[in-house]
Design a binder for this molecule. Structure first.
Ligand code: IMP
Length: 177
């Protein structure tokens, strides 16, 4: 375990298994639909690429980069688009892939934006759900794991751009802030 972590919540093997499970369910639900899968950078980059490798249907991949945090461990509530889609959203069945839903601000903003742009449908898949952090009413359609109200890192998820490359997810030890 990385010395800056308090504990490991989900091992590499547990994540792999969960990703396969989610990919199967989503593939079934989107059979024949050619969805546009949108990974939200940077946190969900690893999850997005692992997920689509396990999906059995044809799909298109794109990414958006948004920021709501700066380098703090508390959400600012303000969402900024740092990099937009290169694919038009109009008429598409979109699957937004997120790493973690905390306050819900990011997903509420993105879902609204994509519908404004004429998406046919927008569903959300998030690897992690932190229900205690929720400040706005939004839920993902598919979740991997529930996490406690603590700051987690690993498997793409960072603190101040660190720890993304860890293959497992754990609780960050705030002594190393
Ligand atoms: P929300 O807009 O508050 O729901 O936050 C969503 C984004 O905040 C996620 O995509 C993460 O980038 C970040 N975030 C929320 N909780 C954590 C955490 O525990 N560790 C690292 N990043 C987090």
């Amino acid at each position: 375990m990385h010395p800056h972590l308090k504990e490991i919540l989900f091992s590499r093997e547990q994540i792999e298994e969960k990703v396969k499970e989610l990919a199967k369910v989503v593939s079934n639900d989107y059979e024949g639909k050619y969805p546009l899968v949108v990974g939200i950078l940077k946190g969900s980059a690893m999850f997005t690429t692992d997920l689509i490798k396990e999906m059995s249907i044809d799909l298109e991949l794109d990414f958006m980069d948004v920021s709501s945090y700066g380098n703090a461990t508390e959400s600012s509530g303000e969402v900024r688009i740092l990099m937009d889609l290169s694919t038009p959203a109009v008429g598409r069945d979109i699957i937004l892939v997120e790493d973690i839903v905390d306050t819900g601000n990011t997903l509420k903003f993105l879902k609204g934006l994509l519908y404004e742009r004429g998406a046919k449908s927008v569903t959300i898949i998030s690897l992690l759900d932190k229900p205690d952090g929720r400040k706005v009413e939004i839920e993902a359609d598919y979740y991997g794991f529930i996490v406690p109200d603590a700051f987690v890192v690993g498997y793409g998820i960072d603190y101040a751009e660190k720890y993304r490359s860890l293959p497992y997810i754990g609780i960050f030890n705030q002594e190393f802030l």
